[in-house]
Design a protein around this ligand. Sequence first.
Ligand code: M6R
Length: 366
Amino acid sequence: SKEGYAHFMLKEIYQQPTAIRDTVERRIDEKGNIVLENISITKEVLEKINKIYIVACGTAYHAGLIGKYLFQTFLKVDTIADIASEFRYSEHNIDENTLVVIVSQSGETADTLQALKDAKEKGARILSITNVVGSSIARESDDVFYTWAGPEIAVASTKAYTTQLVAFYLMALHFGRLKNTIELTCYEEILNELRTLPEKLQITLSECDKKAKNISETIKDKQSVFYLGRGLDYYTALEGALKLKEISYIHTEAFPAGELKHGSIALIEEGTPVIAFATQSLIYDKIVSNIKEVKARGAYVVGVTRKKNEDLKEICDEVVLLEESFNIFMPLISVVVAQLISYYTALLKGNDVDKPRNLAKSVTVE
Ligand code: M6R
């Protein structure tokens, strides 16, 4: 049931603090260490792995992009994130020393399942992240990380995405410790911060809901909405763009902000909505320059940033301020703003929010 919410999507957006808490806390033992049941990758296995592929579709692929960043940072292994339907029809050098991570909420997506089977045939070790116990993808895998998001009914994925991110955080930390590519103090600090995220998400949801609604009023009649970001923020931009287009039917596109001047900036005219994610502190100045560039061409700019970056208010039309956390965790906090904007825009347009046209919850055909 929708438990008093107008739509499953809204309910699922608001369930995220709980879904994240369940996915994290059930994996921490009394000594405060991460324990991953259903994953039997040992230190020896891990030391042999010299390449990782992360394969998925849609939103799960966007989670995989963040996973790639985390694995490269904490495991020091080159990682490639690929779309399942592309991965299947291209050449890869996969063998017993390759780890293939499959991400799928439903565990039934046809292209993702077939990509898994192809990689398995070549000898890769298969680890899957899924929300459905006993799904086809879970059954075919060597190791499984179950997200404890609970059933996701709305076609637009929300809590499955944020719990997939949690899966990557926990695995990157756990494997990094096993391999000794992350120091104990660092591990503890990051894990402690991870455990504060349900609370921070709760605050963000209640503080940003009204603002998201107001932004939706402005963008609902626009032809196109552009999403910008750099680094991890670019991946949030991709997810935000997908979320808005699938339920509002407005054309959206995400750009790495540094690419603007290589073509896309030609599309910016008076009133074009641009949603810019600016949460990554090391490249904050860079995204600020990009925001100024689109602003100078008349864009209506929504900046999504940390609370400490109040200065953004001077250059944006709207600023959404987020709870502070580590750079790696900002995608999990900022994406809820994108989810709320999508929800309210689709609602204002009178669309069927939970069951958008032409889409199925689980894509079991190629
Ligand atoms: O069940 P899966 O995670 O394998 O599904 C993958 C995509 O079909 C899914 O994420 C889709 O992109 C959503 N509608 C996005 O909101």
